[in-house]
Design a protein around this ligand. Sequence first.
Ligand SMILES: [Zn+2]
Length: 458
Amino acid sequence: MRCPAILLTVALATLLAPGAGAPVHRQGSRHKLLLVSFDGFRWNYDQDVDTPNLDAMARDGVKARYMTPAFVTMTSPCHFTLVTGKYIENHGVVHNMYYSTTSKVKLPYHATLGVQRWWDNGSVPIWITAQRQGLKTGSFFYPGGNVTYQGVAVTRSRKEGVLHNYKNETEWRANVDTVMAWFTEEDLDLVTLYFGEPDSTGHKYGPESRERKEMVQQVDRTVGYLRERIAHSHLTDSLNLIVTSDHGMTTVNKRAGDLVEFHKFPNFTFQDIEFELLDYGPNGMLLPKDGRLEKVYNALKDAHPKLHVYKQEEFPEAFHYANNPRITPLLMYSDLGYVIHGRVNVQFNNGEHGFDNNDMDMKTIFRAVGPSFQVGLEVEPFESIHVYELMCQLLGIVPEANDGHPGALRPMLRTESALLPDGGSALLPDGGSALLPSSQPLLMMGLLGTMILLSEVA
Ligand SMILES: [Zn+2]
């Protein structure tokens, strides 16, 4: 999928990358960081709605043309990629639902938010890494922020109730106020703040609906309120703000004559299946009974032109999804607009996500503003795996091993001296950077980042 230029870039970046476990050099205070996610905000939702506050944010900071989420384009997996910098097969949160092929337990999204072993499976997200390096962090409704990792909890954490109303604008403002107090009164350094819209409205009414457009206006008002509260809290010059999302949304072909329905496939029977995870948008996983894998695979591989069924080891590597022990022997996805129905049809959403992350409808937004970011800069699209490295640079912490590249998003930033509030003190005696624990020239890293940004346009 990638052109030779990016392979060269990756190779160079690997050669130049600082060694793991390099000591942290920090001096003076640092900027704070607020990562805000509006679930399911498709990359072009601002193009058919008046969004004065998002427009102002772009003028005052950096806007990506769009951001490519990880595959599967599902809420919890993609949010965990943002805070770990890892593709989904490498961080292990492979689905919104906790499931066990042995116990057959399947838990819905909200219950899964509290299942520690689902999240704490080897990767350490940025909250914990930052805390280990002396910072204080918070998570407000952000997926993955409510459990402990290797025994460590996020400093301040809020989890929504199971029947939470995700669209209450009054509550949104109260949540923003709470986060501002975390920064000003409790001196937190990093907070991740999650809103469940416009995802819910996009599912219910469809991405082209009047209701979705109204919800985008509510999101825009909230961005305006957020920036107003940042200014009121005297944080404009000390806090970097990133507004992004997990995936896009597309219209479901509910009345198509060729729905993907397992119960109508002639050579397939659920009697051959030990465990199934179907009826979840365009994604599915199957564990056939002992000795029946080939039979099930042969029954499904050409069962429907919109359905793509693979053995785990043959799933396209470019998705960076299937190489994880939690993935079942057979997995599948369907084409844009088609969801996968299992034993009976139970999916009635007008909008859906989970599709191929190369589909434009799955692309999402990235905006950033603050003392470390350039002003009025629009950058080319990039993959969401790179946001983690950017956040570590902004916070001046040493990242965990991840799939992003340290220089990929550096062109968004002002000069190195702008990264820390006390300017020149960021420079170490040896001339290295406080943010890159390495003596590699920043120019080189900047060039690498530019190359990556350019090479991913294609
Ligand atoms: Zn989502």
